[in-house]
Design a protein around this ligand. Structure first.
Ligand code: C5P
Length: 306
């Protein structure tokens, strides 16, 4: 890698709690969510170039990742250049560790990392506020990938308030070979609610994160957190996917405190009672032929690696 390239690492996320309100006229849904950044990373290298180009490799299947303007990292670089009046280009090299279309915000992490990397490469020095504003324009989850840690998200998920979380939480992720499209999962939830599907709760009037969730995070107590975790999108993500329902049941049977679909899925996040329990759970899940990873959170947001 060239000495003048900038390397930025950004984390994937789990939604520990995800309350979804009724669809707004702009097509988005108001959220009350808690994000936690976990130790599964996207590495983005920004290399000086005259034009804009992109290459993607990784530990996960990257065959579905677009290399043109549909790629959120490419859009991030161009948006920053346009906003700051930069005439130079960039070649982005992305190494993915977060599953593609997995509900863990991998594409959003790429965009956040690209913003931080290009800001350093071009010396545009937008600062946290400037980068946050661009991030929010790129996608609902991009601001959180910049900030990392544990945070409450409201609005579209882009209005962030840091949440205090003590200690570390151990998660075991079960990956699925077959990704899910975020807009499709939101659309399915809307239809299930419209048809009065008994499994899909109506949107609550009062959309807020329960105090019990924040207290469990503050106390760093996985046993307290497990019973109050919730994801309104889960019912839509698992409908027509018996493999996901089976994985959720298996993980709990194998000793997880609880299991939840991450964001719009299909990745499943199991909360474990500490690192030892997580390793044992990971082994048991792998023994059934599943791809299982042990990660922990919270971890920092997008940052430059020397
Ligand atoms: O903002 P982002 O591009 O990540 O969102 C992808 C899609 O997910 C949106 O087009 C929308 O269909 C859905 N979405 C939503 N409400 C949110 C966030 C995302 O309906 N708060």
């Amino acid at each position: 890698m060239r000495a003048d390239a900038v390397h930025v690492r950004a984390p994937g996320k789990i939604n520990v709690y995800l309350g979804v309100g009724a669809r707004s006229d702009d097509g988005y849904h108001p959220l009350a969510t808690v994000f936690q950044a976990v130790s599964l990373y996207e590495d983005v290298y920004a290399v000086p170039s005259d034009g804009f180009s992109l290459e993607v490799a990784g530990a996960v299947d990257v065959s579905g990742v677009p290399l043109d303007d549909r790629n959120l990292a490419m859009r991030a670089a161009k948006l920053l250049a346009q906003t700051a009046g930069v005439t130079a280009g960039v070649h982005l090299r992305i190494r993915k560790g977060v599953p593609v279309a997995g509900g863990m915000g991998g594409g959003s992490a790429d965009a956040a990392a690209a913003l931080v990397a290009c800001d350093a490469l071009w010396g545009t020095d937008l600062g946290p506020r400037g980068l946050h504003d661009l991030a929010a324009r790129l996608g609902a989850d991009v601001p959180f990938a910049l900030h990392g840690g544990t945070a409450v998200g409201t609005g579209r998920g882009d209005v962030l308030t840091p949440a205090l979380a003590r200690g570390r939480f151990d998660w075991v992720l079960v990956l699925s070979g077959q990704g899910l499209s975020t807009p499709d999962v939101y659309g399915r939830l809307d239809r299930m609610r419209m048809h009065g599907d008994a499994l899909a709760d109506d949107p609550t009037e009062l959309l807020e994160v329960p105090a019990a969730v924040l207290q469990a995070l503050l106390a760093g107590d996985a046993r307290d957190l497990a019973p109050v975790m919730m994801n309104d999108l889960e019912v839509a993500a698992v409908s027509g996917r018996p493999d996901l329902e089976l994985a959720l049941a298996d993980g709990v049977r194998m000793g997880a405190l609880t299991g939840i679909v991450s964001g719009s899925g299909p990745t499943i996040a199991f909360l474990a009672d500490g690192p030892e329990a997580a390793r044992a759970l990971q082994d048991e899940l792998k023994a059934t032929g599943r791809e299982a990873l042990h990660v922990h959170g919270p971890v920092p947001g997008a940052r430059i690696i020397d």
